[in-house]
Design a binder for this molecule. Structure first.
Ligand code: NAP
Length: 345
């Protein structure tokens, strides 16, 4: 067992795009569990766009020079509570660190489903998949045959949305992403009918070509110009599911998008945002929906896995730059399957 632990701290507030200079890796002695808690060795970490929002000053943000929080999956390696046993695999929110001292209330035991890897609990079965599921089933109330547009379609929420929509018998499935390679991947692997690279021109024109007959639902991970274009393309009784605004997280001075507000009335459009944290009660329903499809192979995992906790900051910054396809996950080196490990590991 390691005798030391590593924790990531945020050391300064970025204005615009963050860099590695805004973070520090801090080494300390391995913490011991106090009575009623357990020591967890983290195995998988999630880095997420909301962490960028937490880097800014304000309520609920990261404190400077203190351990950060994030979703993680780890193994209990020492316990001083009968409710957590050594060897047990748990989900908790003390990520960005190699080890965490947790209480049973702060952890969730993960059900194990045959053939489903642990990474799925941070991707399609975790908060990312739950966001996609809530967006489609509760906010959009997607009907079979509805034509759907998804922005940031190649990311974690975007790929899960595309795959779930296919299982829910979506009509035409259209997406946007940051490169031609991503667009290709989405059409070939994820089942999109058309995907455009949003760098290639005005969003309204690109969307008009990809969905010439309009759309019924827009799942919006991005905001900005694409949101305005989608409002224009929506048909009567269209729905906009506001999931996130990643186009603005690193450009705080950018003007908000402009669209024709009259469209909302004249086309009876409904625009609704949500936070997945208010829908945790649907976790079991997500398992019931997704697990059989994962096990049958109808639902595939879209994940970019980065090996080594020392790359957790790089993985986060890379995700903000669009270097991921599917959910980005950082994996402890002990979890690298033998056939994947380069010589010397
Ligand atoms: P992700 O999509 O896997 O990663 C972020 C992606 O955003 C990047 O891969 C990049 O892909 C794209 N991006 C970055 N800058 C952009 C820009 N200026 N314009 C357009 N696209 C840009 O992340 P995720 O975890 O799935 O999250 C997606 C969105 O959902 C985020 O806005 C996040 O905040 C939101 N979210 C909300 C909830 C909720 O409860 N409401 C929960 C989870 C996530 P490209 O190469 O395509 O640019």
């Amino acid at each position: 067992m390691n005798e030391t632990a590593l924790t990531v701290h945020q050391t300064a507030r970025p204005h615009g795009f963050p860099t590695a200079e805004h973070f520090a890796f801090v080494e300390s002695a391995l913490p011991g569990p106090v009575a009623g808690s357990a020591l967890v060795e983290n195995l998988y970490w999630s880095v997420d766009p909301y962490h960028r929002e937490m880097m800014d000053d304000g309520p609920g943000g990261f404190a400077l020079d203190a351990p950060l929080e994030g979703r993680a999956v780890g193994r209990v390696i020492a316990s001083r509570t009968p409710r957590l046993s050594e060897g047990e695999i748990v989900f908790h929110r003390q990520g960005w660190r190699t080890h965490a001292v947790v209480t049973p209330e702060e952890t969730r035991r993960l059900p194990r489903f045959d053939g489903v890897p642990l990474t799925a609990y941070l991707s399609v079965l975790g908060g990312t998949g739950l966001t996609a599921y809530v967006g489609l089933t509760r906010i959009a109330r997607l009907q079979p045959g509805d034509d759907l547009f998804v922005s940031a379609a190649a990311g974690g929420v975007g790929t899960a949305t595309g795959r779930f929509a296919g299982l829910l018998e979506v009509g035409r499935l259209v997406g946007s992403a940051g490169s031609a390679a991503k667009a290709d991947h989405l059409v070939r692997e994820v089942g999109y009918d058309a995907v455009f690279d949003y760098h290639d021109g005005p969003a309204a024109e690109l969307l008009g070509k990809a969905a010439p007959d309009g759309i019924d639902v827009f799942v919006d991970n991005v905001g900005g110009e694409q949101l305005a274009a989608a409002v224009g393309a929506l048909r009567e009784f269209g729905r906009v599911v506001r999931v996130g605004t990643i186009s603005q997280y690193n450009t705080p001075d950018a003007p908000p998008p402009r669209f024709d507000y009259a469209d909302i009335v004249e086309k009876s459009i409904r625009m609704e945002g949500f936070l997945v944290s208010n829908y945790r009660d649907l976790q079991e329903e997500l398992f019931e929906f997704a697990v059989p499809h994962l096990q049958s192979g109808r639902l595939a995992l879209d994940e970019t896995v980065v090996d080594g906790f020392e790359h957790v900051v790089d993985a986060f910054l890379g995700m903000l730059r669009g270097e991921n396809i599917g959910k980005i996950i950082v994996r402890d080196r002990t979890q690298v399957p033998v056939h994947e490990a380069p010589a010397g590991l």
